[in-house]
Design a protein around this ligand. Structure first.
Ligand SMILES: [Ca+2]
Ligand SMILES: [Ca+2]
Length: 94
């Protein structure tokens, strides 16, 4: 009977699922001008860092989805919706 090598399996550690808090922190980090809101460009950079292949499109969708008052910026209150949106689409820290 041959010996099976399980090293490849046992050494494999799946990344822990990213928490919504971590996602939120990541988005907040991308508030580059520190005005407490995420503009579309800032959102785009955040999605890029999360590994989005189409950060521009994703930022537009997220804005459309979460910008409750329509000022084209994501406030801290609205950020919860963006976080949920990103989590739902499987975004992880890159
Ligand atoms: Ca900002
Ligand atoms: Ca807004």
């Amino acid at each position: 009977m041959g010996r099976l090598c399980f090293n490849a399996v046992t050494n494999y550690k799946p990344l822990p699922p990213i928490t919504e808090k971590q996602l939120r922190d990541t988005f907040q980090k991308y508030d580059r001008d520190g005005d407490g809101r995420l503009s579309k460009a800032e959102l785009e950079n955040a999605f890029k860092s999360l590994g989005s292949h189409m950060p521009n499109w994703r930022a537009r969708r997220a804005l459309h989805h979460a910008d409750a008052n329509g000022d084209k910026n994501i406030s801290l209150e609205e950020l919860d919706e963006v976080v949920k949106y990103a989590a739902k689409h499987g975004y992880v820290l890159g």
